[in-house]
Design a protein around this ligand. Structure first.
Ligand SMILES: NC(=O)c1ccc[n+]([C@@H]2O[C@H](COP(=O)([O-])OP(=O)(O)OC[C@H]3O[C@@H](n4cnc5c(N)ncnc54)[C@H](O)[C@@H]3O)[C@@H](O)[C@H]2O)c1
Length: 376
């Protein structure tokens, strides 16, 4: 059986998430034509890499990503470092002939993403973004309903991605609140996801008007020093889509009371769909073509049971009736990538999609600083 041999760069939250994916894919998907081998893990903190090697069966650990690029026995590189390091890691991996799975956002500016997309054809490697919300049965079902015309002409929508991790002004900032490492604020961190899911469902953006806000201009860093904050905690956008729909998109880390709440509601002339990541087993669908009758008839929002109803070979373990969770969408995203690597076909969402989202975010920041609509 063929082996797909993996190197992971960055063993923090996402490094662990993707390792979980690689280790569990053979359980979730039956009769796979390939095996996965975890060859090398890299983290700037050597002990973190060593811990991963010792406990999760990587063959080697390092604190220098060049050790991954130069190995002949690595086919796939996962980039899950802070955003500022993505571009160099991706370019070096491509240059070494590796297939690359990169976490969002692809880089820290549109210029950087162009450096990446500019060389993709030259190397011909398989590449994919970790934009995993496209990989829930419920979001895939929403896309199918929209593409089949069941929602009709899209008129309006609202979407948001809400966290509450920055509500406390005394909590020490991490790298995601530091523009030096993130490149942007919540617009990059959560906005990239919600902008991508609306792009996946509705197509390209036509124009954007954005406002961002830093709620507390100073916060403590990890050493307790008070530092100036430039990374936005809140981002609001009004957007027009090329398909004619108009909507609002919000990303926030100061949404008190939320945990991990990515929501969308899309209204067309034939129906509506709505989804909430905190309730991911269901897609709610309203069929506006049902005739109104006394006592209501069958009119009304219906909860479609999407649970784990993946297309084969997904959905075989656990059986498709069991409830789904956040990490399962990551596993399906990663499986989709490995399937493309094995079958040598281009994966989706591609790095070009990642670059497009970076372009939209850059235009949103431009709109914010110039206080005007920006055409895309
Ligand atoms: N798709 C998602 O659901 C999702 C969720 C969270 C984060 N992310 C993205 O994943 C990436 C990583 O975020 P995270 O939450 O895992 O961050 P994290 O801080 O938890 O982990 C980052 C790790 O990278 C290591 N590191 C830093 N610089 C390095 C370098 N030059 N070489 C090797 N290792 C280095 C750090 O020591 C740390 O262990 C970011 O791009 C982030 O935007 C995606």
């Amino acid at each position: 059986m063929d082996e797909i041999r993996v190197g992971i760069i960055g063993f923090g939250f996402m490094g662990k998430t993707h390792t979980y994916g690689y280790k569990t894919i053979p359980l979730y998907y039956s009769n796979l034509p390939f095996k996965v081998r975890l060859v090398m893990v890299c983290d700037a903190i050597k002990e973190a890499a060593q811990y991963a090697k010792d406990t999760l069966d990587f063959d080697f650990a390092t604190d220098n990503a060049d050790d991954i690029f130069c190995r002949d026995d690595i086919d796939v590189v996962n980039v899950c470092t802070p955003n500022i390091y993505h571009k160099d890691a991706v370019l070096k991996a491509l240059n070494a002939g590796k297939n690359v799975y990169c976490d969002k956002p692809l880089a820290t500016s549109f210029v950087e993403t162009k450096e990446i997309t500019g060389v993709l054809d030259q190397y011909g490697c398989i590449t994919q973004m970790a934009l995993q919300y496209r990989f829930f049965p419920a979001t895939m079902r929403a896309k199918k309903l929209i593409d089949e015309g069941r929602i009709g002409k899209i008129m309006s929508f609202r979407a948001c991605y809400l966290h509450s991790g920055s509500v406390d002004p005394n909590k020490a900032i991490g790298w995601k609140q530091d523009k030096k490492f993130g490149g942007g604020g919540v617009l990059f961190d959560l906005g990239s996801h919600v902008l991508d899911i609306m792009y996946y469902l509705l197509g390209e953006y036509a124009s954007v008007f954005a406002k961002t806000k830093v709620i507390y201009p100073q916060r403590p860093d990890k050493s307790g020093n008070i530092v100036d904050i430039e990374a936005d905690d809140l981002a609001f956008m009004v957007v027009n889509m090329k398909n004619g729909g108009t909507g609002t998109i919000e990303a926030s880390k100061v949404a008190t009371g939320t945990n991990d709440e990515l929501r969308f509601e899309i209204h067309g002339d034939k129906g509506s769909v709505r989804f909430n990541l905190m309730d991911p087993n269901w897609l709610e669908y309203y069929d506006n073509t049902i005739t109104e009758v006394p006592l209501g008839g069958d009119k009304g929002f219906k909860k479609i049971e999407c649970v784990q109803r993946f297309e084969k070979p997904g959905g075989s373990f656990p059986s498709s009736k069991f409830s789904i969770g956040w990490i399962r969408s990551h596993v399906h995203s990663l499986y989709s990538f490995l399937d493309c690597v094995y079958n040598k076909k281009q994966a989706s969402p591609s790095f070009r999609d990642g670059a497009y989202i970076q372009y939209v975010m850059e235009k949103a920041y431009q709109s914010d600083s110039e206080s005007r609509w920006i055409e895309l």
